[in-house]
Design a protein around this ligand. Structure first.
Ligand code: PRT
Ligand code: ZN
Length: 284
């Protein structure tokens, strides 16, 4: 039987939906049903395995699977040696220190001598060591936010995305100690496999497309050089003459953030009828 790459994704949780969407956006066809633990991709030599997020990095390291999608926070906390192939742009969160709202503590250094509850003892311990803060770590496997109200700790260190969980538990964020997102990891001897590289290329084309927009605008010929300076494309913009004499249409691919910053400048430079379109894939 020919070789099939094995990819682990989270079975049910915050990364599941977006992980599968990324694979589908990359053109992979596979079936899903409620209790399925493995699915074969029809149009690529890939099997997807559905696992608990805590197990994924270890399975990748032990070559039970070749690659995996998991939060950077989990990989760093477990300190497992795997190849970090790509940041995937979803599952963003931060591991933050927080204290009760009424606390007078304003800076992390003031946690000296106190007890901090967390499910991330390794990341927290590294942070405390670096800052020379001598605090006691109280490790909990979940429901960290209620530790101060139960008298178990004076502070917590937990994942935050919107901040509403901290708020509803009467906590105030002090400082982020680690910023995380979903990442693609590989076994150290599997990252250079042709199948891994082919899949990575496909995923990167989707990720790049998600970050970029296709821009079309009209401009008088005399404004073109100024607009080119404002509108840095992947390469240089395409310029097509319009039927109206002295005018042209300019097309370019730009990072969305960059574009919003430049839009006023583009109008001031003479751009008109600006269209912004989504891109499906960017192959470089
Ligand atoms: O069952 P399994 O073990 O697979 O899943 P799990 O329950 O351990 O993990 P899950 O699904 O909760 O999270 C998977 C990954 O999602 C994490 O490892 C992070 O990389 C990422 N992620 C992104 C988050 C959050 N955002 C997040 N907000 N993981 C957890 N949270 C929790 C946080 O712990 C806190 O309880 O959400 C709460 C805070 O959210 P806000 O929006 O109120 O700030
Ligand atoms: Zn978990």
């Amino acid at each position: 039987m020919s070789f099939r790459l094995k990819l682990a994704v989270q079975k049910t949780g915050r990364l599941s939906e977006q992980s599968l969407k990324l694979l589908r956006d990359a053109g992979l066809l596979f079936d899903l049903s409620a209790n399925i633990l493995r699915s074969s991709v029809e149009n690529f030599p890939l099997d997807i395995l559905f696992l608990r997020d805590d197990d994924i990095a270890a399975y990748v390291k032990d070559a039970v699977v070749d690659i995996g999608i998991v939060g950077a926070n989990v990989v760093r906390e477990q300190n497992i040696e795997v190849k970090w192939l790509e940041n995937l742009g979803f599952g963003r969160c931060r591991l933050s220190l927080a204290v009760p709202k009424a606390s007078s503590i304003k800076r992390s250094e003031e946690l000296n001598g106190l007890k901090i509850a967390t499910s991330y003892p390794s990341l927290l311990s590294a942070f405390l060591k670096e800052r020379r803060i001598q605090a006691e770590i109280h490790t909990l496997s979940g429901a960290v936010e209620i530790a101060p109200s139960l008298g178990l700790a004076q502070a917590v260190c937990d994942l935050v995305s919107s901040g509403s969980t901290l708020l509803s538990n009467g906590l105030r964020e002090l400082e982020p100690i680690f910023r995380s997102e979903a990442i693609l990891i590989a076994n150290e001897s599997k990252d250079q496999l042709p199948e891994t590289q082919r899949l990575l290329k496909r995923l990167r084309s989707v990720l790049r497309a998600r970050r970029t927009k296709y821009i079309l605008l009209n401009a008088p010929n005399e404004c073109v050089s100024r607009i080119c300076e404002i509108l840095p494309g992947l390469k240089s913009p395409s310029i097509v003459p319009l039927s109206e004499p002295g005018w042209c249409s300019m097309h370019s691919v730009v990072e969305e953030d960059e574009f919003w910053e430049s839009i006023e400048k583009l109008e001031q430079a003479g751009a008109q009828g600006i269209l912004v379109l989504n891109i499906e894939k960017v192959i470089l």
